[in-house]
Write a protein that binds this ligand. Structure first.
Ligand code: DGL
Length: 230
């Protein structure tokens, strides 16, 4: 099916804060005919230091404007909310197609040559059951370093990201033979260029491309389904 016949959609993007903005902007560039609506929860950010139950309730409330606006797809552009709340959200809103994010452990484990990867993520993501399952499935034979990033989301949210010592962290990871770094929190996408500039030999992974592909496939399936049932 050609892209021209695809339906125009309202696509919601949610994050606790400014991490979702960078994802929403990239998606709007990719899906120019669709309406990308972005919701956040600045009142309660950061989510990364909260319990799974709190994250579930806060996310449910914070996505209400996206549901009321008629979004067919909602991207939970927050690893913390996805790893702790996506099943709960799917159960609560079975008619919405939710796309969640998880730290990219599988591609990292596949691409590492040294057998050492790093996952930069919030405490709630690292403590989640989904993350434990991911590591168990894909990273059994790989050493996974989890640097302490628990203050980063607040720092980035407050426009002080230059305080984060990215180059020093990358140098330290390199010393430990790490060759792939996973940005497992969308707030850290704002640091991506600094990670890349710190060491050109390091692979930096984040999921924007994968989300784009998921939406593209969904749009194609949805358009075919709608055409077949009309
Ligand atoms: N941007 C969110 C993520 O991807 C986390 C930020 C927070 O702690 O609220 O995990």
């Amino acid at each position: 099916m050609s892209r021209a016949t695809l339906l125009v959609m309202k696509i919601g993007v949610f994050d606790s804060g400014i991490g979702g903005k960078i994802v929403a902007d990239e998606l709007q560039l990719a899906f120019t005919d669709d309406e990308i609506l972005y919701a956040h929860d600045r009142e309660h950010v950061p989510y990364g230091n909260k319990s799974p139950e709190e994250i579930q309730q806060l996310t449910l409330l914070a996505i209400t404007p996206l549901i009321n606006a008629g979004c067919t797809v909602i991207v939970i552009a927050c690893n913390t909310a996805s790893t702790n709340a996506i099943s709960f959200l799917r159960k609560t809103h079975p008619r919405i197609f939710f796309i969640g994010l998880e730290p990219m452990i599988k591609p990292a484990a596949t691409q590492t040559k040294s057998g050492v990867i790093a996952v930069c993520a919030t405490r709630a993501t690292l403590a989640s059951e989904s993350y434990a399952i991911l590591k168990e499935m894909w990273a059994k034979d790989v050493r996974v370093i989890e640097p302490d990033c628990h203050e980063w989301a607040s720092v980035i949210e407050n426009n002080r990201s230059e305080e984060i010592e990215v180059a020093a962290l990358v140098a330290d990871l390199r010393k430990k033979r790490c060759d792939v770094i996973v940005l497992g929190c969308t707030h850290y996408h704002w640091l991506k260029k600094r990670f890349q500039n710190a060491n050109q030999n390091m692979i930096i992974l984040e999921p924007t491309d994968a989300i784009r592909q998921r939406i593209d496939h969904f749009k194609q399936d949805y358009s075919s389904f709608t055409a077949a049932t009309n």
